[in-house]
Design a protein around this ligand. Structure first.
Ligand SMILES: NC(=O)c1ccc[n+]([C@@H]2O[C@H](COP(=O)([O-])OP(=O)(O)OC[C@H]3O[C@@H](n4cnc5c(N)ncnc54)[C@H](OP(=O)(O)O)[C@@H]3O)[C@@H](O)[C@H]2O)c1
Length: 335
């Protein structure tokens, strides 16, 4: 088994401090120690991967490194009785792809407790079409539901709407009967967002035209934000009484230029969403929902399938804010 060679997309730094990516042949000795060896069938590209692949040390400290915070595949060796050869598993988050060799390699080795058994009702491919982005969209929707935002309360705003989290949040909210306004920087994708199920599409520049006011007319019963910065602040200022705003991302900025008035005058709730260390009980429940009553068969229409050598273009499109929908990685066969 140690003789086995496989391909991985490796990010590395040259002597001038410039980061590059190349497909390199690896052996199992290149993987970290761990209880379960998995042959990866599919991965997907998430924003964190684009950061890791381009040398962001807030995500990945040491290079050379194989990114990929998502992986779905089959167990080929396990020292933990919880997992047997042939088990189909999903791994998202924890340290995968950050400082642990990730899903942009044909094999990963992980602790047993990072793995989720592929739920009945979802294929490995469908799991990666959703990936961390879909899982996070589902956590965000659950956050609204659990804090009292029901479809009859009014409109839900989704920011970064053409991105991975945004597209799946729009679809899921629509499926559950919510009216959705999609906020985007790409008005050329208006019809795409309406086709996903948004009732209205808002231009980000126009939306930010009101950003300097301390409070805005109440428009949103809930907000799912993946963008941060002035977009999140403006969304909070326009959220209605006891409304709920989820914050999962910083695609625009990690800052939050906001005052306290939405909280103390309208009782707005700001809810942080963190998928990587989501407790296992909740993780299983959410994947179970995504495989059954929250299943989104249409999600495949959002997805491009790429090979490892096609990831370079996707990574830079994502960092430039130009990604649309989801990018699934087919790891193919080993030699
Ligand atoms: N907390 C967690 O557990 C968790 C999990 C998954 C993702 N995230 C975070 O969520 C964010 C989105 O992830 P993703 O996978 O959906 O990424 P993505 O596919 O790249 O989508 C991000 C979207 O945000 C918008 N955007 C990009 N740059 C922007 C800018 N400068 N200003 C305003 N809007 C901008 C764009 O949509 P429009 O053009 O339509 O506006 C873009 O498509 C990332 O920050 C990611 O790290 C967090």
């Amino acid at each position: 088994m140690n003789e086995l060679h496989f391909n991985a997309l490796v990010a590395f730094e040259d002597q001038n401090g410039v980061f590059h990516r190349a497909i390199r042949q690896q052996t199992l000795a290149d993987l970290p120690a761990g209880e379960v060896l998995i042959k990866v069938k599919y991965s997907s590209l998430n924003y964190k991967d684009a950061l890791s692949a381009t040398g962001n040390r807030g995500v990945t400290k040491a290079y050379p490194h194989t990114p990929g915070i998502d992986a779905a595949g089959v167990v080929v060796a396990s020292s933990n009785p919880q997992w047997q050869c042939g088990d189909e598993v999903i791994c998202t988050g924890y340290d995968l792809g950050m400082n642990t060799s990730g899903g942009f390699g044909q094999y990963i080795r992980t602790p047993a407790h990072w793995l989720v058994k592929k739920p009945v009702g979802l294929s490995l491919l469908e799991a990666m079409q959703l990936g961390t982005a879909g899982f996070t969209a589902a956590l965000s929707v659950l956050g609204l539901q659990n804090n009292g935002v029901a479809p009859e309360n009014g409109m839900v705003l989704v920011t970064g709407a053409t991105g991975g989290v945004g597209t799946i949040a729009v679809m899921l909210l629509r499926k559950l009967g919510y009216a959705v306004t999609a906020l985007t920087g790409k008005m050329s994708e208006q019809q795409f967002l309406l086709d996903l199920g948004a009732q209205a599409v808002l231009d980000r520049n126009q939306f930010l035209g009101h950003k300097d006011r301390p409070l805005l007319p109440t428009q949103w019963a809930g907000v799912i934000d993946a963008v941060g910065g002035e977009v999140l602040a403006t969304a909070v200022k326009g959220t209605g009484f006891n409304g709920v705003v989820t914050s999962c991302g910083n695609a625009a900025s990690g800052d939050l230029p906001l005052n306290v008035y939405p909280f103390i005058l309208r009782g707005v709730h700001l809810l942080g969403i963190y998928s990587a260390n989501c407790p296992m009980e909740k993780r299983l429940a959410v994947w179970g929902k995504l495989a059954q009553e929250w299943k989104l068969p249409e999600v495949s229409s959002l997805c491009r399938m790429v090979t490892l050598d096609e990831l370079e273009t996707e990574i830079f499109a994502m960092l430039a804010g130009n990604s649309k929908g989801r990018c699934v990685v087919d790891l193919g066969d080993t030699e």
